[in-house]
Design a protein around this ligand. Structure first.
Ligand SMILES: Nc1ncnc2c1ncn2[C@@H]1O[C@H](COP(=O)(O)OP(=O)(O)OP(=O)(O)O)[C@@H](O)[C@H]1O
Ligand SMILES: [Mg+2]
Ligand SMILES: [Mg+2]
Length: 291
């Protein structure tokens, strides 16, 4: 099969692993920077032009679209969809998952447990907003943050008010969320491939840090998920129509809660913590669907 990895950087661990496992299984793997593609649209002949050729021979794509290039990257993914090329995640699902508000709205409709969340345009009393999520401390997060940047723990009403004011002044939209203290700065990441959990890890934030992100200095360890955690992760991936994704959960006193679902999960942390071959699972998922 001709498999294209849509990625801006072929030296990233995740990209390198997908190349390696794809080639091990006898496929031709190409890494293509979506920003260097031209999308050519005309009646019944959608195509993608890259450097000096048309990408009309591609059987499947693996989008690894960074948050900063969502718009153009997803336009390229959509174009491949128009060409009937199999994709591990659809452009619609990527766009939906990038917006935390949109994702939470869908997840709540699907009956999935989550920290209670409020979205406001700040025209109302902050006191009232905070009361909706049980009062301070609260988490305030930007709708499109990543790597833990743009996530703030506001310990008091005053702190929450100033953070909301600051975000508002920058015209940045944010969610106010119940702080799950019992999680103790840790979260669970379940890696989903083909709708099933293929590996899981527990990430613990460094001392004094409420964010467990590895980019913020957190550490990761293998964990065996409980039955409830497994079910919740699978259900969340299904609700967001993401057959390949990373589902993040918080362990709360009322059971596991979904924190977010990432459509371009990194493979380094999870393969390191679980010693599982996740890249190969993604390749064989493509093989099963392309046939
Ligand atoms: N409601 C909450 N209660 C407790 N801790 C939280 C809550 N929300 C987020 N956190 C902590 O903050 C971290 C960052 O939050 P979140 O994952 O929402 O942000 P992100 O910027 O999207 O990160 P990512 O790089 O994983 O996409 C989480 O990993 C978790 O440890
Ligand atoms: Mg995120
Ligand atoms: Mg996260």
């Amino acid at each position: 099969m001709n498999i294209v990895i849509l990625s801006r950087n072929e030296n990233l661990y995740s990209t390198r692993r997908l190349i390696e496992e794809g080639e091990n299984r006898g496929h031709d793997i190409e890494v293509i920077d979506p920003l260097k593609c031209d999308i050519i649209i005309e009646k019944e002949k959608p195509t993608v032009y890259y450097r000096d050729r048309y990408l009309d021979y591609v059987d499947a794509i693996i989008p690894r679209i960074g948050a900063s290039v969502t718009f153009f990257g997803c336009a390229v993914v959509r174009q491949f969809e128009m060409m009937n090329v199999f994709t591990t995640v659809t452009s619609d699902a990527i766009i939906r998952s990038r917006d935390k508000l949109r994702s939470f709205q869908r997840l709540s409709k699907a009956g999935i447990g989550m920290p209670k969340t409020v979205f406001t345009n700040y025209s109302r009393d902050v006191e009232e907003v905070l009361n909706h999520v049980g009062g301070p401390p609260v988490i305030i997060k930007l709708l499109e943050g990543t790597q833990g940047l743009g996530v703030v723990l506001a310990e008091s009403r005053n702190a929450a008010e100033s953070v909301l004011e600051a975000f508002n002044g920058l015209q940045a939209r944010a969610l106010v969320q119940e702080y799950i203290k019992e999680a103790k700065g840790a979260d669970l990441r379940a890696l989903i491939v083909d709708g099933q959990v293929v590996g899981a890890m527990k990430r613990q934030g460094r001392e004094g840090e409420f964010r467990s992100n590895l980019h913020r200095g957190g550490s990761a360890n293998y964990i065996k998920l409980s039955e409830d955690e497994l079910k919740l992760a699978i259900k969340a991936a299904r609700a967001l129509k993401l057959p390949v994704c990373g589902v993040d959960m918080l362990q709360s006193s009322r059971g596991p809660l979904i924190m977010e679902v990432n459509s371009t999960p990194g493979l380094e942390g999870i393969e390191g913590a679980t010693h599982k071959n996740i890249a190969r699972a993604i390749i064989t998922f493509i093989e099963r669907n392309r046939r």
